[in-house]
Write a protein that binds this ligand. Structure first.
Ligand code: SF4
Ligand code: SF4
Length: 287
């Protein structure tokens, strides 16, 4: 595939809801971009590497600090539990404080407020970062450990690791509009919002556009399965001042390719044209 963009550039691919074809677009954009880093921060279920046909290898563990109470020093004053905004530190009766590791996000506040320096920290593994490459394409994948609820440390670590490469980054974000999506989109120079023209698609696109607009990041919309009926995107896009860059009709060929773990751009000329348009539009938005 040709190089469309040659400078450092972060394009986030997001969607207000799951199942719109976000990862199909992210994989296609990464392949079209040529020399690029594909960054999968949909950390609860990363699958970008599958569509890129790349075997991933463990790169590093992602850890967060976990407080440890030194009972020799602790005076059971309760300040640590009072200060913890995540309800991760509790004190029952006259016992020493207990840390709930699944609620703790490693913010370190408890050790700062402890007047007796009774709290030290150890490291807790919350996920891993995997790496793979295929030709000029590099792939980084953040993967949240089962049972861990806070995705932000993995997302931040994955995005930080990608910064090592001064090239185009295509970031596959978590679906929805909660903290994981905002953390990934917030780093982007341009956001591609993938949607489908249904009432649900429109409702979730409105939320995603609100987030992107509040962040002040230029954006464009790609409509997947554009021949579905039930929603007119025109008024919504007009309201937020964004364009529909490409509309991709349902394609049996694409559906079959997706089911086999093949990126749509490899099988459908419409997708090739659409991704070229998206990259060009993203580049224009930064000029
Ligand atoms: S703030 Fe320090 S001394 Fe007070 S209960 Fe917590 S660990 Fe113990
Ligand atoms: S590190 Fe932060 S979240 Fe964890 S127990 Fe301490 S204050 Fe609470």
């Amino acid at each position: 595939m040709e190089d469309v963009i040659s400078e450092m550039f972060r394009i986030a691919v997001a969607s207000g809801k799951g199942g719109t074809g976000k990862t199909c677009v992210a994989s296609s954009l990464a392949l079209m971009a040529g020399q690029a880093v594909a960054v999968d921060v949909d950390v609860e279920e990363p699958n970008l590497a599958i569509l890129l046909g790349v075997d991933m290898k463990h790169h590093l563990d992602v850890t967060v600090p976990l407080p440890v109470i030194n009972e020799d020093k602790c005076q059971k004053c309760g300040k640590c539990a009072e200060a913890c905004r995540f309800g991760a530190m509790t004190i029952f009766g006259d016992k020493y404080p207990l840390v709930n590791s699944s609620l703790c996000n490693g913010c370190g506040t408890c050790s700062i407020v402890c007047p007796y320096s009774a709290i030290t920290e150890t490291e807790r593994v919350v996920g891993e970062l995997n790496y793979g490459e295929e030709g000029s394409l590099k792939i980084l994948e953040g993967c949240l450990q089962v049972g861990v609820y806070n995705a932000i440390p993995i997302i931040e670590k994955t995005l930080n690791e990608a910064e090592k490469w001064d090239t185009t980054h295509v970031i596959d974000c978590s679906p929805g509009t909660s903290c994981p999506m905002v953390a990934a989109v917030g780093r982007a120079d341009y956001v591609v919002l993938v949607t489908e023209p249904t009432p649900f698609g429109l409702a979730d696109l409105a939320l995603a556009l609100t987030v992107v607009s509040d962040l002040g990041i230029p954006a464009g919309v790609v409509v997947n399965r554009a021949d579905l009926s039930g929603g007119d995107l025109g008024p919504l896009c007009k309201k937020f001042g964004v364009d529909v860059i490409a509309s991709l009709p349902f394609s049996r060929q694409v559906a079959k390719a997706y089911a086999s773990g093949i990126s749509p751009i490899k099988v459908d000329a419409n997708w090739q044209e659409a991704m070229k348009k998206v990259l060009n539009r993203a580049e224009e938005a930064l000029q």
